[in-house]
Ligand binder design. Structure first.
Ligand SMILES: [Fe+2]
Ligand SMILES: [Fe+2]
Length: 272
């Protein structure tokens, strides 16, 4: 754990993209479906500070190594949001606080009672809640990284690809930390394995789906994951999650994508 957090501190840095020429988007703008995915990812990256609010209500705030990692995580995700805001701005789209303010205003009662749900989870589950949160974080980071890879592939825009590769590198470090934490904590507690498996099986849905409109989550899921490349990525993630103690055979992503509506509104990317 000491090595992991020291490594995270040493590598932590704000994302840079000043050397990328975003004016190229004027000549070669993103396809509307790809840009719609960028809007979703922008909003969700910026929502990390709100996820952090909920996480810190639980037992993780007792562990100084975990709070150090979560501080680094929130900082890096902020700059992922800022980078995607620059992509939207280059397309003449509202971004940053202009999008995020109204989005947070729209969340309503569900957002206000989420801290109560987190406190209830803390009181009923206790310290084993951390294992669930680390496993949940691992799944979300894996899905996010795969989503960026699929967006780069589907969009076929070299500037976007360069940016997304940089983001994916940091997502990879987030995956490593969350997965390592989840593995250790699940291995040491039967209750943690039982609670985590049940919660993921019954409550998991892709990151952002609780705060973004349902049709946006469906669009992103289908555009990125419904083609052969997406299906392979989902299978790979399900295998990695299934390798964690107590989580064999959950098939979270494949089950989610099998329930997606089939409709012209949620197209497969060209060439998939
Ligand atoms: Fe991110
Ligand atoms: Fe991340």
């Amino acid at each position: 754990m000491t090595f992991e957090i020291d490594d995270a501190k040493r590598r932590s840095a704000r994302l840079r993209w000043d050397d990328l020429d975003f004016s190229a988007f004027e000549e070669e703008p993103l396809h509307p479906d790809a840009l719609r995915c960028v809007r979703y990812m922008h909003d969700v990256e910026f929502h990390t500070s709100c996820y952090l609010r909920d996480l810190l209500l639980g037992p993780v705030h007792h562990d100084p190594n975990l709070t150090s990692f979560l501080s680094i995580w929130a900082f890096e995700e902020l700059w992922h949001g800022e980078a995607l805001a620059s992509v939207l701005a280059a397309h003449g789209e509202p971004s940053g606080s202009t999008r995020i303010g109204p989005m947070r205003d729209s969340l309503g009662i569900a957002d206000r009672i989420r801290p109560l749900a987190m406190l209830a989870g803390t009181w009923t589950i206790g310290a084993d809640l951390v294992a669930l949160q680390m496993a949940w974080g691992a799944v979300n980071e894996m899905t996010t990284q795969a989503g960026y890879a699929l967006l780069a592939s589907n969009a076929g825009n070299p500037v976007l690809t360069s940016l997304l590769k940089r983001i994916m590198l940091q997502e990879g470090r987030h995956i490593a930390f969350y997965t390592s934490q989840a593995r250790t904590r699940l291995a040491s507690s039967a209750k943690a394995r039982r609670v985590t498996r049940s919660a993921l099986k019954h409550l998991w849905s892709p990151v952002g789906s609780k705060v973004m409109p349902r049709r946006e989550t469906q669009h992103l899921s289908r555009y990125l994951f419904a083609g052969p490349g997406g299906a392979r990525a989902a299978q790979r993630i399900d295998l990695k999650v299934g390798a964690l103690p107590g989580l064999t055979g959950l098939s979270l992503l494949q089950n989610w994508f099998s329930r997606l509506p089939l409709s012209d509104e949620f197209p497969l990317p060209t060439g998939s």
